[in-house]
Design a protein around this ligand. Sequence first.
Ligand SMILES: Nc1ncnc2c1ncn2[C@@H]1O[C@H](COP(=O)(O)OP(=O)(O)OP(=O)(O)O)[C@@H](O)[C@H]1O
Ligand SMILES: [Mg+2]
Length: 622
Amino acid sequence: MVRNKSVRPSISIYLRSPVSHMLDLAAFSLHTLREDTTMSENKELVKLEIIDIKQPRNSDKDEPEETDSDEIGLDDDAEEQIGDFVVNAGGVYFRHEVKGEMVDIHVCSTLTIEAESRNKDGKDWGKLLMFSDPSGKRKTYHLRTSALAFQASQVVADLIHEGLRLGAQGRSRSLLIQYLHLLRSSNHVLSSSQPGWVNDNFLLPNESFGRQRVLLSNDSKPHNFRQAGTLDDWKTNVASLCPGNSRLLFGASVGFAAPILRLVNLEGGGFHVCGTSSTGKSTALQIASSIYGNAEEGNSDRYLINWDTTKGALEMAAESLNDCLFACDELGLIDADVLGPTLYMLANGTGKGRMGETKRAWRIMIFTSGEVSIAAHMATAGVETKMGQEVRLLQIAADAGKDMGMFEDIHGFSSPSEYANHIKNVTSLYYGEPLRVWLSQLVSERQAIAIAAQRIIERFKAVVLPGTVGAVTPRAAMRFGAVAAAGELATKLGLTGWNEGQAFDAAVTCFASWKVHLKTFDPTAKAVERVRHFIVDNEAHFADPTGGGDSTVGYYKKGAFLIFPEVFREQVCNGVDYQEVAEQIEKVGFLLTSGTNRRRRSGKVTHLCSARVTRCGNRIMV
Ligand SMILES: Nc1ncnc2c1ncn2[C@@H]1O[C@H](COP(=O)(O)OP(=O)(O)OP(=O)(O)O)[C@@H](O)[C@H]1O
Ligand SMILES: [Mg+2]
């Protein structure tokens, strides 16, 4: 079903040879990888062999050529008949008989069809039209055929706006619509209503990557996937400032991770950097954004958006950033009472159902910052966060612990502030090209990259998960692992200039920061921490039952801490619901119980015959 919303077919500048019906695969050389080993035991994350390949990149974004109408498919003296219409270098004419004589009505300047388009489901048909504007610039116009039924006037207005000359006669307008209906082509290209993966190709608003050319069939509102400078410029001026700074390495890796979420079949969601003002939070978001587009503040086509908007507007933004980074600053600006549902919506990847419309859908990697945590912000509306919201937006402390806010190494700059300002400056100069190169690599070695990413994620989990409990932590580890994988693979493929392992280690550091935050909202983590804390503080007071010593807290026997029930109630739980604490630690296997009276199991202790104790496995100490 076609969405019933403002439809303005996309318009793009076209660079291909006008007479060619071949796909324009502007080939260029790049490095890509062959992943060829299993994970080794040593520090090496994954072995990758760098090879050169020719890569398809279908671009509509280059500078338009100056040309005249014979270059859009017709020789000076050529004439083509389409129904009652005649097309030649002079234009499109409606030829009809008036009192026995053939008369031409001028419909418009020369307008031809390059290809017909349809989406991967065989729907949303369209026509890729070609014409020249009055200055001779060649243009393409991607017409959604359904727009001819509902918004024909808008289509004509768009074409005129782009420079098609409409005939002066009264019938010219309706004849143009008739002519557009008649245009057919045996060339077929794919289209999609949103950027992102389309089969094995990746679509950006003005270009696509992969074997097949793909067109964006959605409306043509300005997009923010801008590009300035080369990959080397970005590496030298932006990426080079990240090493030594876990939050910056991690932030850039988040940017690279967005398009691989689908490759490793990971859910959408993201990260929230939280901390006091002027610590470099937005600066980190600017680094991530610069992979995609202009990160400069106050710029109308800035890639980085902010939360000062409605849920509906964020839904539209998410759709237009499908499979890409959703960088959104200043969390505190969104209405506190809509933050919770908005997080579910953004991470779950489906919009609101509306009558007569297809639901919007997307998968995005969210990267946000703010002075407030999700919980603190929602609390201002009297709402408590749910675990589901916390796990969709994993919180990292802005303070990296070196008294320099987000930074740990300011690369010789005189102050953290100067360092931040320098980063802001360079991210406004060099941007967008890393994404293009990354996508070229992803489409050409999709499977190898997916396998390599999966292995790095497994390696990441092996490093961070031992000793953790509950279902939330492994889920979070997958997302952190995907970021580690993206950073490592981008590095391996020559996109960052970082050393191997730096992105991985940064993700481990940021994961540790999240683990600290986890204790503030996860009841299981809180309960485990409470019991662990008590045991650590009182380890020396747990007596050996075989030694005959007395104890005020309990005993240590066969790998278990046996805590007296009253101590568990009054000292370990100290005012909180002890049954709830016991249930939580039992859930994750730290309370060794069985039988009906589960939280008060008899422990046979030699000189305390059948003392009733709470029996807690020593794994809790890991
Ligand atoms: N780590 C830092 N230490 C000191 N000053 C900093 C630091 N990071 C940034 N600044 C200063 O703060 C300014 C704003 O930086 P940035 O936008 O990254 O801050 P922020 O943490 O997002 O702050 P806010 O929460 O107010 O948005 C910079 O122009 C710089 O002068
Ligand atoms: Mg900020």
